[in-house]
Design a protein around this ligand. Structure first.
Ligand SMILES: [Fe+2]
Length: 302
């Protein structure tokens, strides 16, 4: 191939590369980079015959542009990491003290979900039902705090039940309000869509399973799509009522099995002795690790 044709081919490749790079930069407001592109384009467009020296100069311009791009991307990444860290720091500081939960505001107007859910339902559901969960949880937390301070655990079972019932009510409704929007419907996108397809086969199958789960709840309750960190899968669960001595939206750190199969052969009916022994074998390093992982997950406090 003739030398000039070879150079021409190379120049075309540079132009193609520059076009892609510029397209990537479109939308990024950075006068410097646009000035550099303009210089490169006028050089590429004006020149017809190329010498080795001129090609060498062009390579220099391209290299400069490339290095500048890499630097700017790194700076942007650092900025966004810093922003994220600030945000996380703010969230770490924001916490709900014992007995100080609040009713979160609805993220839309009471009539916003009509005709699907009426204004009347939304108003009652939010201001009466959800508010009573918040009040009940606050009271249960304060009473358990009092029990710890006075070493009086006579009513613990009652307050644990109350904390489970009202706590689950408060946390699940807080998720529920945000799970809904007047502009909703359709299908999920992105990573969630991929995960749903992987775990349920298709969005249609997922929706069918979730629908059936919701229909089959006996009496009152919830259908719940969860992420299970252990198998790394999405799963659909449902819960009757919503408590059974638990609070949804919490992560277990330390658990003690008190089913009889866990101690009966050795301790017979002396569960207390078994629990005493448990404290001698707790693996706090494991609990610390679970806490370190779990506490990275922070939602806006309410
Ligand atoms: Fe409800």
């Amino acid at each position: 191939m003739e030398k000039q044709a070879q150079l021409r081919e190379y120049i075309d490749q540079v132009a193609e590369w520059a076009k892609q790079l510029e397209a990537w930069w479109r939308g990024h407001d950075h006068p410097d980079i646009h000035y550099d592109f303009n210089r490169l384009w006028s050089r590429l467009e004006e020149q017809e015959e190329w010498t080795d020296v001129e090609v060498y100069e062009l390579q220099g311009m391209a290299t400069q542009l490339y290095e500048k791009t890499v630097r700017l991307i790194q700076e942007q990444q650092l900025d966004s990491v810093a922003d994220r860290e600030n945000e996380m720091e703010e969230q770490r500081e924001a916490r709900v003290p014992i007995g100080r939960h609040q009713l979160p505001p609805l993220p839309y107007r009471y009539d916003a979900l009509e005709p699907h859910i009426s204004e009347e339902i939304m108003r009652l559901h939010h201001t009466k039902h959800h508010q009573s969960y918040v009040d009940g949880l606050n009271q249960a937390e304060k009473m358990m705090q009092k029990a710890r301070e006075t070493n009086q655990y006579g009513l613990l079972k009652h307050w644990e039940r109350e904390a489970a019932f009202h706590g689950s009510g408060h946390y699940l409704h807080t998720i529920f309000w945000n799970n809904l929007t007047p502009n909703g419907g359709g299908n999920p996108h992105g990573r969630l869509l991929e995960q749903i397809k992987e775990d349920f086969g298709s969005v249609e199958r997922f929706k069918r399973h979730f629908t059936e789960a919701a229909k089959s709840v006996e009496g009152v309750g919830w259908a719940i799509l969860v992420w299970a960190p252990r198998p790394g899968r999405l799963e659909i669960l449902h819960t009757e009522k919503h408590q059974f001595m638990t609070q949804w939206d919490t992560i277990p750190l330390l658990v003690l099995d008190v089913w009889e199969h866990a101690y009966y052969l050795q301790y017979k009916n002396d569960r207390s002795a078994y629990i005493e022994s448990f404290w001698k074998i707790v693996n706090w390093r494991d609990v610390e690790e679970r806490f370190a992982q779990a506490s990275r997950l922070r939602w806006k406090p309410f």
